[in-house]
Design a protein around this ligand. Sequence first.
Ligand code: SF4
Length: 732
Amino acid sequence: MSRDARYDILFEPLQIGPKTLPNRFWQVPQCTGSTAETPLQNALHRSVKAEGGWGAVFTELISIHPEADALPLRQPTLWDDDDVRQLSLLAAAIHEHDALAGIELGYSGFTRGFGERLVARNPSQLGNEVFEGLIGYGVEATEEEIRDLAADWATAARRARDAGYDIICIHGSQDLGPARFLSPFHNKREDQYGGSLENRTRHWIEVVQAVRDAVGDDCAIVPRVSLDDLRGDGGVPLGDALQVLRWLDPLVDAFDLNISSWDWGEDIAASRFYPENHEALWHLEARNAVTKPIIGVGRLTSPDTMVAAIKNGQLDVIGAARPSIADPFLPRKIDEGRVDEIRECIGCNACIARWEAHSRVVCTQNATMMEEFRRGWHPEIFTKAKNHENDVIVIGSGPAGLECAMVLAKREMRNVHLIDGASTMGGVLRWLPELPRLGDWRRLLDYRQIQLDKLSNIEVITRTPMTPEDALDYGAGYVVVATGAHFAADGTNHVTHAPIPGVDASLPHILTPEQIMLEGKEVPGRTVAVLDFDGYAAGLGLTELLSQKGHAVTYITPFVRPAAYTLYTGELPNVARLMRELDVELLVETYVSVMHNGQLTLHGLFEDGFRRFPDASDSVREPGGAGIVREFDAVVLATGRRSDTELYRGLMARKGDWADAGVQGVFRAGDCVSPRQLSEAIFDGHRLGREFDSSDPATPLRTRRELSHWGAMHDADGDPRKLLTLIQQDRR
Ligand code: SF4
């Protein structure tokens, strides 16, 4: 198929200073959790994006100086010539597919010193809570040190050019680098780098000029600027940002514009709180301030929205991080007339959560994300399985079963039957996207449904509950069990590792999320306690849903914050705001010991006294009290989850019957192994499908690793004692 003409504008080349961007798709700088030690996993990841048609592909933020060491966040560095060699691999991987290679240089400014044990130069010495409870201070730089910092940017830019990069992005958003000097929130100076907007912009200008002097026309220079840090007059509001753009305009080749401060949740906005293209109004304001092309983000996934954004003057180039993660081949699918096959980002921010948790990034939609090198997976290439002349039944059509069945069908297994006892497929996806604000999560189901419809070797069979006997009698060579998990009906949770005495969801006033969402069980009365020990989607969603229905909701959680996991997804501030707007009573650090006659006994997590030597009471802590008794009309249990293992265990118990039934293997995937996040359930189903023809599909193949071998250090001839001697002689 060929491209729909209405998308032609997305494929027009554009001059960005000395470089020609081949189309309007720009993978903005995006973290992967890679470091200087893992260049291959990063290079293969970026390479797939370039292959998928992104005209410019960027690295993540690359630290320009050891002072700006971001640990425990994981980022590559550009501190010396070794780093140049490491990063040249990424540039080469991007160039292999004729995309422009971009690098984002950054100087974090906030100091933790976890890696290099140094402090960063700052405009002023003010404490910053970069991670909860962890306050860091920089050093207030002298004017000379600020000028030296601009020179450090130039050195890094030269190294970036030498590593082969076409575009240098100067990170001046999210309170980083020059943005820190620009903001009166961070900058309290009274010299020529503080006070007036012009003075606060001086470092920005000096950095850009230094970078330009360093690389000349060898590279395009694109500053990343926040159009609004949302701090009002105490920060850098839109009006000030526009003036800064006017001053930078003659010095740069394009602008990468967003909105954000260090609280970047407003930029990486999850779909729970902001729709697609949520930064459009800010971009439109910037249009009249600059003459250079504008690149902007806003989780744009629809080609029609992209076209409209360019035609109405909002943007010249579509910037994207998450849409490019969820579907690295998004541009090519538009170009090839396969728009319906785009794997649209659902805006869950599971990717960002992993990075914030100091790990390698993953994607809920795209199981191959960051597995391109480690596992050799490609998002669009599936090899024919060696055991393809077999039929497979996949029992359970939730996230793992759906993904596994799709991968098996793409790997050309003879027949794949995806079987579910429910009337429609989807498992947990039948109800989770029905909760308030989670509608975009339905894309997990929609994408896979469209894929299944295009595959002739797969059949979806619903309303068919399966017993072990049914599975063995089916006649398939392989059985995959993906029966999912459910919320415990007795309140079992991770705090007490036990049921809550008196809690039983067979009673009318005690309800699990599935009973409410799938079975239509009525929530009686007005007052409702939502017990959220899960800390993510179900408890929060039901709190809002029941509030909307007029219930007075008390939200009870053992965590410090509501929906605690949203600390990592960037949603936490808005979750807290939402709770306030809903007028929900919030009880944090609280657990339930017992339910009796409709009354819950609540305890603070730490209400007992300090440790003591066991005495006659046999208690190691001084009991702090009997808790607080509260009465509710209904109790909702988003407590612990349990795998649905009955079918799998039944099949394993009948292993002796497999051969007679022609069954060569029974495997399980997803939540029926272990309840987990959607990204991990989908990954698990994908993994099983990819390795279905290995010698033991139940055991994942080992991943490739990038190990720096000590044997490569010094000239030790592979002799560990010789190396130790050499290293120890090299004392400083
Ligand atoms: Fe989008 Fe979620 Fe994937 Fe991130 S993890 S790219 S938000 S689908």
